[in-house]
Design a protein around this ligand. Structure first.
Ligand code: CU
Length: 347
């Protein structure tokens, strides 16, 4: 009776075996996952076009300088432009948009004269933003205002007179495709791949280019599809084949410009920055119109690692299965030397 408890107590190997098998099976399951994660290509940055009427809000900062930053806005006729107004200062500001196209307000007017003019002529939007607050302004741009320009000001006394004004320029692109592009002081377009899938041709495409740095750039798009520009030949090339569009990106963080153009046929259209040296430094990208964006190449080094990881996981899977089979037949693993099922476990 003294050996009854120890007889029922399994040896340490027997107690360890299920855990060992479970651990190995877990390892075999997790290693391929690790390998798959390792082989995931870094997500390519591709800007995809969206419909013109689903425009995302444009942010305008209101400062105590006093300024609107950016001070040039672009909208599309027959759509609503949503502006997120961020008051970064410690004074109140207003975002008040004139409804009289192509009318430039006079900065020598007194605050009373300015307010009286808006009372007489109305506004497309008039939103007051308290210090530190954010407000949305929705500016409805009907189908007839394409090509028009509307001034916007702050009506807080003497802010307009001190330079707090800007212009909203409305393009007449109709049901165009909208894309966003950024320029950086690192001489890159981010993203450097844009994609649009027009339903028909000719297709109207509008690219909003935002400068994230302080250097000036251009957004210059080749008119010929499937032609590869080089830093050495682009000047001559553009002299012979004028670009589809070329706009200056204003120098200053947050400043924007629209590149509006019409694409006649599907294909890959290359764009570059024409500022000397920028294209040679890598400032270029491709617009894929109606054709798929190519898949990014898989770096070869990670493929080698993945092969090793997969081979290791296959070996471990084999060991795990063998252990499970042995354990299921013998009831313990491994059978202790001298083999009794009733002995005391090793001390
Ligand atoms: Cu540039």
């Amino acid at each position: 009776m003294s050996d009854e408890p120890s007889r029922r107590r399994p040896g340490p190997w027997r107690r360890a075996a299920p855990w060992l098998v479970a651990g190995l099976l877990l390892a075999t399951a997790s290693l391929p996952i690790a390998a798959a994660v390792e082989r995931l290509p870094s997500a390519p940055l591709v800007g995809f076009a969206r419909g013109a009427n689903a425009s995302a809000p444009v942010t305008v900062n209101l400062t105590d300088t006093p300024r609107f930053v950016p001070h040039a806005l672009l909208g599309t006729s027959n759509s609503t432009l949503t502006v997120l107004l961020v008051n970064q200062g410690s004074y109140s500001h207003t975002f008040t948009v004139s409804r009289v196209p192509h009318f430039v307000l006079n900065t020598s007017w007194t605050p009373t004269q300015l307010s009286a003019w808006f009372v007489a002529n109305g506004s497309l939007a008039n939103v007051s933003v308290a210090p530190g607050q954010e407000m949305y302004a929705n500016v409805s741009l009907n189908a007839s205002v394409g090509g028009d320009s509307f001034e916007f000001v702050s009506l807080v006394p003497f802010q307009f007179q001190a330079g707090m004004y800007g212009f909203l320029n409305v393009t007449n692109s109709g049901p165009g495709l909208l894309l966003s592009e950024n320029t950086t002081d690192g001489l890159q377009f981010v993203p450097n791949q844009l994609a649009a899938s027009p339903a028909h041709y000719p297709a109207s495409v509008d690219v909003l280019v935002t400068n994230t740095g302080s250097l000036g750039h251009t957004f210059t798009l080749a008119a010929q599809a499937n032609y590869t520009l080089s830093p050495a030949n682009f000047t001559q090339y553009f002299a012979a084949h004028p670009p589809l569009v070329s706009v200056d990106v204003p120098s200053g963080a947050g400043l924007t410009v629209w590149a509006n153009f019409t694409v006649l046929a599907p294909g890959v259209y290359q764009y570059i920055c024409e500022v000397p040296g920028h294209f040679a430094s890598g400032m270029t990208g491709n617009l894929y119109v109606g054709v798929p964006v190519p898949a990014p190449p898989t770096p070869p080094s990670t493929a080698v690692v993945a092969t090793w990881v997969l081979a290791g996981s296959a070996a471990l899977l084999g060991i795990g299965v063998a252990l499970a089979v042995v354990a299921s037949f013998t009831g313990r693993f491994p059978r202790r030397p001298g083999g009794g099922a009733h002995g005391h476990p090793p001390a």
